[in-house]
Design a protein around this ligand. Structure first.
Ligand SMILES: Nc1ncnc2c1ncn2[C@@H]1O[C@H](COP(=O)(O)OP(=O)(O)OP(=O)(O)O)[C@@H](O)[C@H]1O
Length: 562
């Protein structure tokens, strides 16, 4: 619950005014009922005065004015808590450990956040705040006022509370199980929805949509059945509760009639105060049941919020102006019990351009993910300009490097955002770079030019265009270390050659690591490093490797045969 406490702390003023207003309103509500008793009794014995009526009127006006004022902090907190909880999820993704991130399913996570934010709002706003500012004060004030009229009635009401609590706890046991089923199935349903939207082409062409719909329908049916069951149990509780109140009210009238110890005003006031005393308990019970169920949903969301962070992002020595000297010493990395990188020793000097080649799955991307700090080594170390990599703060390091990843290099935004993000850069400068990466023709065809939306993962572009766009970012970066993971793999040979020539000019004084499958584009690299099963099995320039290294020779000719 620490996340909810943090939210409260950040909204201290609003929370305290909301709680204070609630308590005042609870007092006035109960006080007006007792005051009403006075009026009736005075009316009966003929001692009613204009002054008393005026006070009662003022009380009622004050009540309605304060109820209106109360809406301001109320709505602000209600919506604020819910939406802030959603924002917390985005904040979490910014710092989450990369390995954990890789295991998260988007569909399930989105549903978990949705349920979690609603549950968190339920726990804080609907339950905790209502309890403190409304239910507890209402019960206390109404009990005090009932006590001033008749002690017996107060004791009967207290006994009624015990009955209500016992029933509630019995119901809760059943409701927990139902709620858990709803949550799991909601996540499952969303998983199928998001998967269907994102992977439309795969599923359509493989005719999988019927199966997907069947699985989603099963989840939906489970949700509907469970939700109906839950509502019916809730409603049954209300019915029992209404019966209890009727019983107490009849008992008060009988008690007054038989004993003759209550005035008419007292009976009217007691009946009204019974509502004041029991309504909060009815509300409390519903809220308590909901709170317990919300806790289940919020716990699932908290598990995500509390999943491991990459602490290195903000901790460690800040680095400024990286020169680009890199070395790996006995570096090791495993995915579970699979060793991917085996005792890697490698030095790359400032300003050097090296190419990583090797068969698919040989560990090239893993090594660069270690170098950008997404993955953490299981042994050995990386030195960057003499700094031990594990001791530097990644956020400062990210100001100094540029990394174009293999997967989805373009995001859902405009053409401009995909190149310069939120920085203000003159259009003509951006257009000049689009020209360099061969996107000028495309740009001129776009109706909205730089402000064209590219869709999720840049779907409005071809694979090669997406890669050229991602590379255009490099012209707006001061990074000294550049890492390109198959950044030109989707381009045709001619475009690739021309883009590589432009890049060579731009990056001539920087440290560059290029992962490539198409070996022609790295022909001019002075140093090519060949990987197999996470180990270096040869390095040198292109002609030397081709002549002396059978693995490289095989890679090259296999590639030519394609
Ligand atoms: N998240 C993961 N969990 C488990 N294993 C993984 C994960 N990511 C990658 N691997 C495995 O690690 C191995 C190395 O992957 P890596 O992406 O580094 O290879 P690569 O040489 O870059 O391949 P390619 O040229 O096909 O991109 C692969 O066998 C892959 O299956």
């Amino acid at each position: 619950m620490k996340h909810l406490k943090k939210l409260m702390k950040n909204n201290k003023l609003m929370v305290s005014s909301y709680l204070f207003l609630g308590i005042v309103l609870a007092f006035l509500n109960n006080y007006s009922a007792t005051y009403f008793q006075k009026l009736i009794d005075k009316f009966n014995d003929g001692s009613l005065s204009i002054g008393l009526i005026a006070i009662y009127g003022t009380l009622l006006i004050l009540l309605s004015v304060l109820s209106y004022v109360d809406e301001y902090p109320g709505r602000k907190l209600e919506h604020g808590i819910y939406l802030n909880l959603k924002l917390m999820a985005l904040h979490k993704i910014n710092k989450i450990d990369y390995l954990v991130y890789q295991t998260i399913g988007t569909g399930k996570l989105i549903q978990r956040i949705e349920n979690g934010a609603a549950a968190g709002k339920g726990i804080l706003f609907d339950f905790a705040f209502t309890l403190v500012r409304d239910i507890i004060p209402s019960i206390i004030f109404s009990m005090i006022f009932i006590l001033t009229i008749n002690k017996m009635v107060m004791l009967t009401i207290l006994a009624g509370y015990i009955v209500v609590f016992t029933i509630t706890n019995l119901l809760l046991k059943v409701l927990y199980r139902i709620k858990e089923r709803i949550l799991t199935n909601e996540e499952k349903l969303n998983h199928f929805l998001v998967r269907g939207f994102m992977e439309m082409v795969i599923f359509r062409l493989n005719k999988r949509f019927n199966d997907e719909l069947k699985k989603a329908r099963e989840a939906k049916d489970e949700i509907v059945t469970a939700k109906v069951k839950m509502t019916l149990i809730h409603e049954a509780f209300f019915a029992i509760f209404a019966l209890l109140i009727i019983f107490v009210k009849i008992a008060i009238i009988m008690f007054g009639w038989i004993t003759g110890s209550l005035s008419i005003g007292a009976i009217v006031a007691l009946i009204s105060l019974v509502d004041h005393a029991y309504t909060p308990i009815a509300i409390f019970n519903v809220l308590f049941v909901q709170y317990k169920l919300d806790k289940t949903a919020f716990k699932r969301y908290e598990e995500f919020l509390d999943s491991p962070d990459d602490k290195q992002l903000t901790h460690g020595t800040p680095v400024s102006l990286i020169n680009g000297n890199i070395s790996f010493h006995q570096l090791r990395f495993n995915y579970g019990n699979r060793t991917i990188v085996k005792n890697l020793n490698l030095s790359i000097k400032k300003g050097e351009s090296v190419a990583f080649v090797g068969e698919s799955g040989s560990g090239k991307s893993t090594i660069v993910k270690l170098l950008v700090g997404l993955l953490k080594p299981d042994g050995g170390e990386i030195l960057v300009d003499g700094y031990s990599f594990s001791s530097i703060s990644l956020n400062s390091y990210y100001d100094q490097i540029a990394y174009v990843p293999q997967e989805s290099p373009v995001f859902d935004g405009t053409l401009r955002e995909n190149i310069v993000f939120d920085r203000v850069v003159e259009d003509k400068k951006i257009i000049k770079i689009l020209n360099k990466v061969g996107l000028n023709e495309l740009y001129h065809k776009l109706e909205k030019g730089l402000d064209t939306e590219l869709g999720e993962r840049g779907q409005a572009l071809s694979g090669g265009e997406r890669q050229r766009l991602a590379l255009a970012r490099l012209w707006f970066s001061d990074a000294k270390l550049i890492i390109l993971d198959e950044a030109t793999s989707a381009m045709d040979n001619l475009t690739e050659e021309s883009v590589m020539a432009q890049l060579a000019e731009l990056l001539h004084d920087k440290t560059v690591i290029v992962i490539a499958h198409r070996l022609n584009i790295i022909r001019n690299f002075k140093r090519i490093i060949a990987f197999k099963n996470g180990e270096i099995i040869g390095q040198g320039d292109f002609p030397t490797l081709l002549e002396t290294n059978p693995y490289f020779h095989e890679l090259y000719y296999a590639h030519l045969r394609k």
